[in-house]
Write a protein that binds this ligand. Structure first.
Ligand code: ASP
Length: 603
């Protein structure tokens, strides 16, 4: 239907007759002569309809409207350039030429669109309802293509490294990754349910026992969670597992893969190896296990310096085993009252009692605005000044609590302040890093038991292995690693337990009874008895990687048909209701009755 696409014709083609097909992007009527920007997925070519070339085509061109599909044949001409008019368009790659139409076929008319494609639209539900139109916008067309390029780069890299792609079941069994499962009732096994995989974790480990050695999968995963801005109930992971490897092997593999993905997408070289921080260090310095390091503002520990401070919030915390930490938001002493209120609220929501801060207006401490500076000795003030490098105009923010919550609160404050200060505006740097040595277990106060920080198949550090076997559970570290880019966790993984007895110790540590372990995880415990190779792996969130490569703020912009924040895919109205016959076949009795709209509103 075409000889060229709409981003192909250049001055070298002048004089040739070409045929293009695509959508009418814009129509301009200049003194009775119609100019069309014809668009296909590759770009735009200007077509002009002059009656001296073809009266029929020129007449028909007056009927054209946005988004009609048309086919145009004509001669490639140079765009007019005289002394006073230059109709060349430098912004278009085809901007030096136009096609003088000798034939026009209207292939399919379009009705008036529900929204304009060349304007940003804030009503996301409307965009999602007509996603097939939304995706015609060049930005989204480009995102989909980038996604393909990035995924292909990953596949190529892994294939070159000897990995093979293996599919694992979608209708599968619950695997503990920390979220709620989506369940699918089995018609032929009444009362039984499949779970959609939160990740192919156990299957990929079984593939290692099966001798596959190097597995990967571009795997769809499902987690029934409350949705946050960059979460989707179904998402895609590049899932990887390998045998006879240690953490350095996985880390090196992923560095190579990510740098090739970003090189393909952004055309930039990503230097490797990435820096590594232990979890402890990341928390201590940045208050996060996925540190955004480009904003500076490292956290400083003042526990020793403020342990005798007359301000009880500090000294009292230290006396009860806690820490005092602070950050210096350079030049931000002029923070507004509203912003201070917001930060205080944030600190309280994160579990702090309040927010202590100093506005260091000038050099002398008498100019420092803060409710507690007057209760500090000169030595204490000098210690702050030196350790935090306080200069006139700085804002100092504190956290005093037990070590982990203090780091966490101040870490959140740090990110929020950086946002107020616009510290990242125009910053395109890519700061990749690894966070290693995560804790193996965390204590869940509500449940009164330990839970796995990564998942129950993660191996402790060699030096902590004996402790796990002996049930000494405090402070155990995992052979787990996360790869982080600009404050986002791109993925995480671990070296796994491959011995049945160590796996049993882990289940025990998690309060899983032998009986439960033997029913829920029998396959793992059995498989590990038959020569399971040492193995480890990782999974990367593809949606997030593509989002960052495309410089988007939301993963919905890089997914063809995403769900909205109520978990609905609006275009097809999913989820939908089921007929009573379908429910009967599944032996499901529906007790759910939809409330009348008014009642819902009243709530
Ligand atoms: N299954 C893990 C996850 O989805 C990743 C891994 O350990 O390989 O987070």
């Amino acid at each position: 239907m075409r000889t060229h696409h709409c981003n192909e014709i250049r001055p070298a083609h002048i004089g040739e007759t070409v045929t293009l097909i695509g959508w009418v992007n814009t129509v301009r009527d200049q003194g009775g002569v119609i100019f069309i920007d014809l668009r296909d997925r590759e770009g735009i070519t200007q077509c002009v309809f002059r009656s001296e070339i073809s009266p029929e085509a020129a007449e028909l061109s007056h009927k054209l409207r946005s988004e009609d599909v048309i086919q145009v044949t004509g001669k490639v001409e140079e765009r007019l350039k005289t002394d006073d008019v230059d109709t060349k368009n430098d912004k278009l790659e085809t901007g030096a030429i136009e096609v003088a139409a000798s034939q026009l076929t209207i292939v399919n008319k379009s009705e008036v669109l529900p929204f304009q494609l060349d304007k940003e639209l804030s009503n996301e539900d409307l965009r999602l309802k007509h996603r097939y139109l939304d995706l015609r916008r060049p930005r989204l067309t480009n995102n989909l293509r980038q996604r393909h390029i990035i995924t292909k780069a990953a596949r190529d890299h892994l294939s070159d490294e000897g990995f093979i792609e293996v599919e694992t079941p979608i209708l599968s069994k619950a695997t503990p990754e920390g979220a709620r499962d989506f369940l699918v009732p089995s018609r032929i096994n009444p009362g039984k349910f499949y779970a959609l995989p939160q990740a192919p974790q156990q299957y990929k480990q079984m593939l290692m026992v099966a001798g596959v050695e190097k597995y990967f999968q571009v795997a769809r995963c499902f987690r029934d969670e409350d949705l946050r801005a960059d979460r989707q109930p179904e998402f895609t992971q590049i899932d990887i597992e390998a045998s006879f490897v240690d953490d350095n092997d996985i880390i090196e593999l992923i560095e190579g893969m990510l740098s090739s993905m970003f090189e393909e997408a952004r055309g930039v070289k990503v230097p490797t190896p990435f820096e590594r921080l232990t979890w402890k260090d990341a928390m201590n310095r940045f208050g996060s296990d996925k540190p955004e390091r480009r904003i500076g503002m490292e956290m400083v520990d003042l526990t020793e310096e403020l342990k005798d401070c007359e301000f009880r919030v500090f000294s009292g915390t230290v006396a009860s085993g806690g820490v005092v930490k602070a950050i210096n938001a350079k030049g931000f002493a002029g923070i507004s009252v509203g912003q201070v209120d917001k930060l205080t609220k944030l600190a309280q929501e994160a579990g702090a009692k309040g927010l202590a801060y100093i506005q260091a207006r000038d050099t002398d401490r008498s100019t420092w605005r803060s409710p507690f500076v007057k209760r500090m000795t000169d030595e204490e003030v000098e210690a702050l000044r030196t350790k935090l490098n306080i200069e006139p105009g700085d804002l100092i923010l504190f956290a005093a609590d037990k070590w982990e919550p203090a780091c966490d609160v101040l870490g959140r404050i740090r990110l929020e302040v950086a946002d107020y200060q616009n510290l990242l505006e125009g910053n395109d740097d890519l700061d990749f890093l690894w966070v290693t040595e995560f804790p193996l277990l965390a204590y869940d106060e509500e449940e009164g038991r330990h839970v796995a920080v990564h998942h129950p198949f993660t191996r402790p550090l060699k030096e902590d292995e004996e402790k796990l076997r002996n049930g000494e559970l405090d402070g155990l570290r995992a052979q787990a690693y996360d790869v982080v880019l600009n404050g986002y966790e791109l993925g995480g993984g671990s070296i796994r337990i491959h011995e049945a007895d160590l796996q049993s110790s882990m289940f025990k540590a998690l309060g899983i009874s032998d009986e439960e372990a033997n029913t829920e995880f029998a396959h793992i415990l059995d498989a590990f008895k038959f020569g399971a190779p040492p193995h480890g792996g990782i999974a990367l969130g593809l949606d997030r990687v593509v989002m960052l490569a495309c410089k988007e703020d939301s993963i919905r912009e890089v997914i063809a048909f995403p769900k909205n924040n109520k978990g609905a895919e609006i275009m097809t109205s999913s989820p939908g209701t089921a007929t009573s016959t379908a429910l009967r076949d599944l032996r499901i009795k529906s007790t759910y009755v939809e409330k009348p709209k008014t009642e819902e509103a009243a709530e």
